[in-house]
Design a binder for this molecule. Structure first.
Ligand code: AMP
Length: 191
């Protein structure tokens, strides 16, 4: 398997670049945000729990999120690799992912970190909120999500730097230019 984590703050372009990575490398996409939003739409039990956190810009508890991820992995045993988009978001999630993949004889091959300045992130998220109507893309929740990102998620940058698989990529410029930089950062990585 060839597994990638696409990492970055809300609004850094993870979803957009994931689509291009899937097309290029034939990876299976696991977006925890999309998965949760689809549960909310279908009004499942998980969706009702998730909605309470998402609408406040908070993270779903690690234990629940890790269980969801493990079942997602087990549901797709045939894939040639996975792109993890929106997971991990905390150190315990990263440790759990490492363990889960090791149990399946594989690992995180690279973490693509999209690096974007705070002001640009806010501009993009406000714009996306107007266009997509995503309930958590309103100014108040955006601030909460960025705060959560700095407190709980950004430490993963150092975690993966230490693991030796963090690839920093400038997340500004045209979508195609950013993707070209991602591709360069992944050149030579072995399965
Ligand atoms: P996203 O679409 O990745 O921006 O995720 C939207 C929201 O879903 C986040 O603000 C969190 O409330 C929740 N969420 C998504 N992924 C995770 C995760 N790995 N851990 C905890 N909460 C998550």
């Amino acid at each position: 398997m060839f597994n990638l984590v696409i990492f970055g703050a809300p609004g850094s372009g993870k979803g957009t670049q994931s689509e291009k990575l899937i097309a290029e490398y034939g990876l299976h996409h696991i977006s925890t945000g999309e998965l949760l939003r689809s549960h909310i739409k279908q009004d499942t039990e998980l969706g009702r729990v998730a909605d309470k956190y998402i609408s406040k810009g908070q993270l779903i508890p690690d234990e629940l999120m890790i269980d969801i991820l493990a079942s997602e992995l087990d549901a797709h045993p045939e894939v040639k690799g996975v792109i993890f988009d929106g997971f991990p978001r905390t150190i315990p999630q990263a440790q759990a992912l490492k363990k889960m993949l090791a149990e399946r004889g594989t690992k995180v091959h690279a973490v693509v970190g999209l690096e974007v300045e705070e002001k640009e992130l806010i501009d993009r998220l406000v714009k996306r909120g107007i266009e997509s109507g995503r309930s958590d893309d309103n100014p108040e929740t955006i601030q909460a999500r960025l705060k959560v990102y700095h407190a709980q998620t950004s430490p993963l940058r150092d975690y993966y730097m230490e693991e030796g698989n963090y690839k920093a990529v400038a997340g500004t410029g045209s979508i195609d230019d950013i993707f070209a930089n991602i591709r360069d950062s992944l050149a030579g990585i072995q399965e």
